[in-house]
Design a protein around this ligand. Structure first.
Ligand code: ZN
Length: 187
């Protein structure tokens, strides 16, 4: 099992929305089976895909924890060759790990990147995404992590149509990181 990270929600999905789903619930206290409890604490878990709630039974004051999980629907990926396949987390992770070899980027960091991507995809209305779009979304984040990984991943995703394309991508990446350094007051 992957580690559960408690992080705040992003993208139009928040605790107050989920709290409203709470009304009318019939969650029984594990100790006395009373169906009313009050929520002591709510926090996002599993990169925002679930909510962990600490509750107290209104009858016997027994405290217990519940998890609410967002149902995830399979996402279809439209490939460049026109074929469709189900979005595979492990396949993407494998590609990312290859691109990040010897860059010092930890697998756990890459898993977080994919977590974010999955949350983003799950929150959209369309259930289909092009492989091109996935590549762009990943690159968007990789650019901040490692230049080497960025270039390797971009080439794996067939981003470059020729040498000039490769050079202009590198230029954009350089401009972007020098701008960031300036904004951070380093460069
Ligand atoms: Zn109780």
């Amino acid at each position: 099992m992957r580690p559960i990270a408690a992080r705040p929600f992003s993208n139009g999905f928040n605790l107050s929305t989920l709290s409203r789903l709470d009304s009318g619930q019939l969650l029984q206290c594990p100790s006395c089976q009373h169906s009313d409890s009050r929520v002591l604490e709510s926090r996002a878990a599993d990169s925002g895909r679930s909510v962990r709630r600490r509750r107290e039974c209104l009858h016997c004051e027994h405290r217990f924890t519940t998890y609410e999980r967002v149902e995830s629907v399979p996402i279809t990926v439209l490939k460049r060759n026109g074929n469709r396949e189900i979005f595979s987390r492990s396949k993407l992770l494998h590609g990312l790990m290859r691109a990040c070899e010897k860059t010092g980027l930890e697998t756990q960091r890459l898993e977080l990147l994919i977590d974010d991507l999955e949350v983003l995809l799950q929150q959209r209305n369309q259930r289909e995404v092009s492989s091109q779009e996935i590549g762009d979304l990943v690159l968007e984040q990789l650019g901040d992590l490692s230049e080497v990984a960025y270039v390797r991943f971009a080439s794996v995703y067939g981003k470059f149509r020729g040498v000039s394309d490769f050079i202009s991508t590198l230029d954009k990446l350089r401009q972007r990181s020098s701008l960031k350094r300036q904004l951070a007051g380093i460069g």
